[in-house]
Design a protein around this ligand. Structure first.
Ligand code: FER
Length: 298
């Protein structure tokens, strides 16, 4: 076992112990796996697979046709309706980043095979709302960073309406989730918490400094408790951007906003984000027991 693996194992055992103590060894606690088990991201030939497509939507915001990647679950049928997770990339990425680095379709297919996931469509857009939406030579160029902010209008006014015209989805805030990694985590918190009429499930994975200051992000803490089904904030314990997640968590805790704050072993990388997708996706579009949120806090 490598150092990293043994650390993960210790944390996993400790957490399971804590979870079992809290819940009095209930069956529920034993279902909670805080670190994704080995093989969660391995392609299996013995199960059904979802489908990954590239789509183009017209963006009035940008004045261009824009690309997005869409995953539909195994057994997808036009005669059913589905909730949607909008899943955003980081500062150096684009609409292919999740696909190329995490193979989310493999993680999700495996979860479906174990009956651990509500059927949902996952949309992976390009979060840089500008005509040349490639990362470019300087990913921190001011116009590139600004385009991440401008994506709020593209998402709300162009992409979501396109998805809802094109796919059999449920057009309701309780059936829309927004999550992302790093720069996309900041976008998810900013746009999700800023548009509670559109989203009820919000996740920031290793959120970047584009995340609004807590008092700007959450001017009305009570409203979050009323409206959100799930607010998820996670970060690797070795991530240099931890201060962003920490300050957001501290403010939420101080103002009694129910949320998950999940610190996991790892840095600013896809080992962490794959685990986040594995954990977060399983909570979506199902009844939420907010009283177990604290088992993720350690
Ligand atoms: C910064 C550091 C990191 C920042 C953004 C990032 C906008 C984004 C990192 C990522 O998306 O991986 O100061 O400012």
């Amino acid at each position: 076992m490598t150092n990293h693996e043994s650390k993960k194992q210790i944390i996993k055992s400790t957490l399971l112990g804590v979870a079992m103590l809290i819940s009095g060894y209930s069956a529920y606690a034993q279902d909670i796996t805080i670190i994704a088990p080995a093989g969660f991201d391995s392609f299996r030939t013995d199960i059904c697979h979802g489908k990954v497509d590239t789509v183009y939507y017209h963006s009035e915001t940008v004045g261009a046709d824009r690309r997005a990647v869409v995953y539909t679950p195994p057994g997808f049928s036009e005669s059913q309706t589905y909730p949607v997770l909008y899943l955003l990339h980081g500062i150096g990425g684009d609409e292919m980043e999740w696909l190329n680095n995490a193979q989310p379709q493999v993680i999700l297919d495996n979860l479906y095979a174990e009956d651990k996931l509500e059927p949902m469509i996952v949309v992976m857009p390009n979060g840089r709302a500008m005509k040349d939406d490639s990362p470019g030579e300087n990913i921190f160029a001011p116009e590139k960073v600004e385009a991440f902010t401008n994506f709020e209008r593209d998402l709300l006014d162009d992409l979501i309406p396109f998805i809802e015209r094109t796919y059999p989805v449920i057009n309701d805030r309780e059936y829309r989730a927004l999550a992302g990694l790093s720069m996309g985590g900041g976008q998810s918190l900013n746009f999700g918490l800023g548009n509670l009429d559109t989203f009820a499930w919000v996740g920031g994975f290793s959120s970047a400094p584009n995340t609004k200051a807590p008092e700007v992000l959450v001017p009305n803490p009570d409203l979050l408790n009323q409206k959100l089904k799930l607010l998820w904030i996670s970060c690797g314990d070795e991530d240099r951007l931890m201060h962003v997640s920490r300050r957001t968590h501290d403010y939420l805790a101080e103002h009694n906003v129910q949320h998950i704050f999940y610190v996991e072993p790892g840095g600013h990388d896809f080992d962490v984000w794959k685990n986040d997708l594995y954990q977060f996706s399983q909570l979506l579009f199902r009844p939420v027991d907010k009283s177990v949120f604290n088992i993720y806090n350690f």
